[in-house]
Design a binder for this molecule. Structure first.
Ligand code: NAP
Length: 329
């Protein structure tokens, strides 16, 4: 495969390269792409040095697959140009996610929707992916009615500038701010921009994307998204009300048997998911599984995953792998 990685110098881009290498993705030619600021710089993949190129040169090279993590504006402008020359784009930004003509894919849940005609495929938001991975087996069995989610999100979800802000604050250095306030020793109830309805864009992604991924509008999601000074991954408190009752042993067993999900749940040994341990892993970790005692058929759980891995790079590359395995590129 001739593969282009667009946004190769960014937080997600760097992990993309690592995941491509780890999974031994069948790359025969690699194009590393970033903004004009980075053209000519060098990056290493599998011990070989590559020179960063610009978007126009990458389109001219007609790669079979382009994996994008370069922000929404870049995707809106450039993904169609790649698609026009026959490239299949898997995009990490929010640009195409809710476009009814584009598929929004978590491979374990809905990759079977993909066809050869899908030339721009959207990767869901990082906090959505880990939540739906934990909800999917339970929704199938007990049918969700309503989900209430509160997130505790890593600074790595905002990109390089935010990680630098936290590092600067810890080192006592004044530097460029990614957030309107300090993030060290703080919690910001503000992920992405505010919208007219008082929610943030991140909260609305959590509300809308699951319905599209499950192709089901019979349940609803209400979200509060909070940025905290962690770097390893996002954590979520998920409260879910089902149509049908469940028992906790079955819930644990079902989650345990779900590929890509790891149950870490033993209060006797203080075993529960945490971002420092989820860091650099591809799985979604679920723990603190317990019944909500305030109303029937309702479950509480704690879901943690590395937002740069399953929340971004790994999910994107799994989509690309599915396309290749099923002869769709
Ligand atoms: N961080 C996460 O957890 C996460 C999760 C899921 C999805 N995403 C999405 O992935 C994208 C990148 O996020 P990130 O965290 O990796 O951000 P980042 O660290 O700020 O990196 C941004 C990347 O995009 C490139 N870029 C920016 N403007 C460009 C342009 N006009 N043309 C070409 N390349 C351009 C940058 O190149 P230069 O180095 O040359 O500036 C850099 O490689 C965003 O759309 C984000 O929403 C992020």
């Amino acid at each position: 495969m001739k593969v282009a990685v667009v946004g190769a110098t960014g937080m997600v881009g760097e992990v993309m390269l690592r995941v491509l290498e780890e999974r031994n993705f069948p790359v025969t030619e690699l194009l590393l792409v970033a903004s004009e600021r980075s053209v000519g710089k060098k990056l290493t993949y599998k011990n070989n040095e590559y020179t960063i190129i610009g978007l126009a040169d990458a389109v001219a090279a007609k790669p079979q697959i382009a994996i994008f993590s370069a922000g929404g504006d870049t995707s809106i402008e450039w993904a169609p140009k790649f698609a026009e020359v026959g490239t299949t784009v898997v995009d990490n930004s929010s640009a195409w996610r809710m476009d009814p003509t584009k598929k929004l894919v978590v491979p374990e849940i809905n990759a079977s929707e993909l066809t050869k005609e899908d030339k721009i495929i959207a990767n869901p938001n990082c906090s959505t992916i880990q939540m739906v991975m934990a909800l999917a087996p339970l929704h199938k069995e007990y049918k969700m009615k309503r989900v209430i989610v509160s997130t505790y999100q890593s600074v790595s979800g905002t990109g390089v500038k935010a990680v630098k802000q936290l590092e600067n604050e810890i080192a006592g250095i004044e530097g460029e701010m990614a957030y309107p306030y300090p993030i060290g020793r703080n919690a910001l109830p503000h992920c992405d921009v505010f919208m007219e309805n008082g929610y943030t864009k991140e909260e609305m992604k959590l509300a809308r994307e699951p319905q599209k991924i499950f192709n089901d509008k019979t349940f609803s999601v209400s979200a509060t998204a909070v940025r905290i000074p962690t770097a390893g991954g996002h954590s979520e408190s998920v409260n879910v009300e089902f149509e049908d009752d469940f028992n906790l042993a079955d819930v644990r067993k079902m989650l345990h048997e779900t590929p890509g999900v790891v149950v870490q749940d033993n209060t006797d040994t203080n075993t529960y998911p945490m971002p420092i341990y989820a860091h650099d892993k591809d799985d979604v970790f679920v723990g603190r599984i317990r019944r909500d005692e305030t109303q029937p058929n309702t479950l509480n759980m704690w879901v943690v995953s590395d937002n740069l891995r399953k929340g971004a790079a790994t999910n994107t590359i799994q989509i690309a792998e599915y396309l290749i395995e099923n002869d769709l590129v």
